[in-house]
Ligand binder design. Structure first.
Ligand code: FMN
Length: 257
């Protein structure tokens, strides 16, 4: 089967899972393409679509929801979809329903919705980074979850998403407005090397490192803080410990049998 995997990832957790899906499916003999919404606006030909994103305040990012609304046309033929999210806690399963519902309305059979618990990347105001031992376990558990999820690929009975997602979609809109103003709390200090990583990496072209300025388009993905090589970006004057993905989704041969 042809599988198209589309994701948005601020700091790499969701990208790791997307790549994990790709590797598992390729091993199973499927033809896979993987793209970030930052790079594509049209889908490759596919039989199965897999879409993933991080959870921001209980739903998928507004960017991803908007991308789906704008770029996914009505499905022709028998197309199915898997939706996954990554979050620091598992109580936020509603984001997958939001995207799942939109795909179902476009004629996709929703064959799986999966939530992955991954390291926390947002601890600018409260919470702590996820301890290393837990991070390792999360990547291990994720490999097993991916295998379970791809096991649904030949499913013929779709899952019906009954819950309304109206409220959480409204909250995602609201959060994207709040993020613009919260983004003004980021500051680049004098330790900046002027390497330009933050400006280059920002998914919204929201940073001008030369005049150390954040504009008004922040989505709070936190990529700038975590990717800065010298940790020169603070939030409300506070330095934030960097989170970098350094674990990998690893499949034991046994898992792939
Ligand atoms: C702005 C923002 C809001 C977040 N809100 C939640 C949340 O409501 N619940 C949760 O469990 N994790 C939350 N997180 C944590 C991320 O969902 C989690 O770390 C995710 O795996 C990051 O994925 P990424 O590395 O692909 O960006 C939030 C992260 C950010 C940046």
């Amino acid at each position: 089967m042809r599988v198209s995997i589309i994701y948005f990832s601020g700091t790499g957790n969701t990208k790791s899972i997307a790549i994990g899906y790709g590797r598992a499916l390729e091993k199973m003999g499927h033809d896979v393409s993987i793209s970030s919404i930052e790079k594509v606006s049209t889908l490759e030909e596919h039989d199965v679509l897999i879409i993933g994103g991080p959870i921001y305040a209980g739903n998928m990012p507004h960017e991803l929801i908007h991308w789906v609304r704008k770029n996914i046309p009505r499905a022709t033929g028998n197309k199915s979809a898997i939706v996954f999210s990554t979050s620091a806690g598992l109580e936020n399963a509603n984001g997958v329903k939001s995207i799942g519902k939109k795909l179902a309305r476009r004629g996709y059979a929703i064959i799986d919705l999966t939530v992955f618990e991954m390291p926390r990347n947002f601890y600018v105001e409260k919470y702590d980074p996820t301890p290393e031992t837990i991070q390792k376990q999360q990547f291990k558990d994720a490999a097993q979850k991916i295998i379970n999820s791809v096991g649904h690929i030949h499913n013929t009975t779709p899952r019906i998403v009954r819950d309304s997602v109206f409220i959480i979609d409204m909250l995602a809109d609201l959060f994207s407005i709040m993020a613009k103003s919260m983004g003004k709390n980021f500051a680049i200090d004098e330790t900046c090397l002027s390497c330009g990583t933050c400006e280059r990496d920002c998914p919204k072209q929201n940073i001008s490192f030369k005049d150390k300025k954040y504009h008004n388009r922040c989505i709070l993905c936190t990529r700038c803080i975590h990717n800065c090589p010298v940790n020169a970006i603070s939030y409300k004057g506070k330095k934030i410990e960097s989170y970098r993905v350094h674990n990998e989704i690893y499949f034991d041969e046994e898992l792939l049998q």
